[in-house]
Ligand binder design. Sequence first.
Ligand SMILES: *Cc1c(COP(=O)(O)O)cnc(C)c1O
Length: 421
Amino acid sequence: MNYDSVKKQDPEVFAALEGEEKREAEGVELIPSENYVSRAVREANGSCLTNKYAEGYPGKRYYGGQEFTDAVEVLAIERAKKLFNCAYANVQPHAGAPANIATYFALMEPGDTLMGMDLSHGGHLTHGHPVTYITKIFNFIRYKMKDIETGEIDYDEMLKVAKANKPKVIMAGFSAYPRELNYAKFVEIGREVGAIVIADIAHIAGLIAGKAAKNPFDFGFDIMLTTTHKTLRGPRGGMILTRESEELAKKIDKMVFPGFQGGPIMNNIAGKAVAFGEAQHPNFKVYAAQIIKNAKAMAEVFKAHNIRLITGGTDNHLVLADVYGSLGISGKDAETLLDRVGMTLNKNMIADDPRKPMDPSGIRFGSPAITTRGFMEKESARVAELMVDAMKNKSDEKKLAGIREEIRTLCKRFPIPESFV
Ligand SMILES: *Cc1c(COP(=O)(O)O)cnc(C)c1O
């Protein structure tokens, strides 16, 4: 990317941008919620549209001069509807969390109940973590895995708890769960207790758009919430999709604006439109399928080293490993160690973790960013080998230096691509 003007005008910010460019180029990115966007997305995101106020929706704005903002937002909406096979899309949420909160406000009154995945079993902060303010407004109840070794959700218990608590909303979705959910079961339970059934596909939107994972809408889900910057490989942002109910879609539009947000970030919406265009390209299907192959290849290496994986493996883009239980290194120490040798990932609680959130038993890692970079199963498995090697030899500085060097060489062989179409 060209930062010539920043360089000339603001050397301090330029130094940070340049540092980050280098960090991204020379390290292996394994955080499963991260990715690299194309130059086209970056250009749209850095465009003149940042100058424009466009409160309202296409054709119904509060200010004049909306010829081009309308064009760009309509493109984003139409492409999103086609990608996810639904009737309505709101592309204005600034990120995933605001999309979720606006949806809760649209569907529930204060005091109403939402049923979501237990946070230590894979759910996201916005699904009712006590540190979030929404827990003061709504009541959150949970479902969990029945068996941590296979990942199967306890659907019988879920139905029992739903019947007893009458949630207004039942939510499928996760940030740290490596399996596919039984969407038909969610809809069945939701219909039985009269709940709106929604899916938070923030992590797996790219897998769904690329037809490598099932689409909850095919099972009758009412609404899907997502980010646009994880596997979907667009700019940082959020989106709310409604399958067919005009009534629900209208409630959501009204809550996103003016209920919850102000003016949409139009440059960001232009970036979304470009990314959704990329996701319609046949290459995107190949990318989505390869993400899963690469994650499976990494999981196999860990299993071969007898490292315990939560749910026993993966069907999607991420892997959760109990490194404390298997290798005696805490999640935090593993994160720091692997970062030092050029592999970025995050520490993570494992289900029913005996350790504390700031220094848990597990690590979470995934394949989206390395897949974008062009890694196939062979390179992905090699990265997993290097991870295990580093964790097993955490005090051997010579060995660690060798691993850092191999990672740098691998990254040079697979530069971050500029275009995907
Ligand atoms: C990432 C994520 C979010 C929040 O997205 P932000 O853009 O970080 O606000 C919400 N739900 C799930 C399941 C996520 O993984």
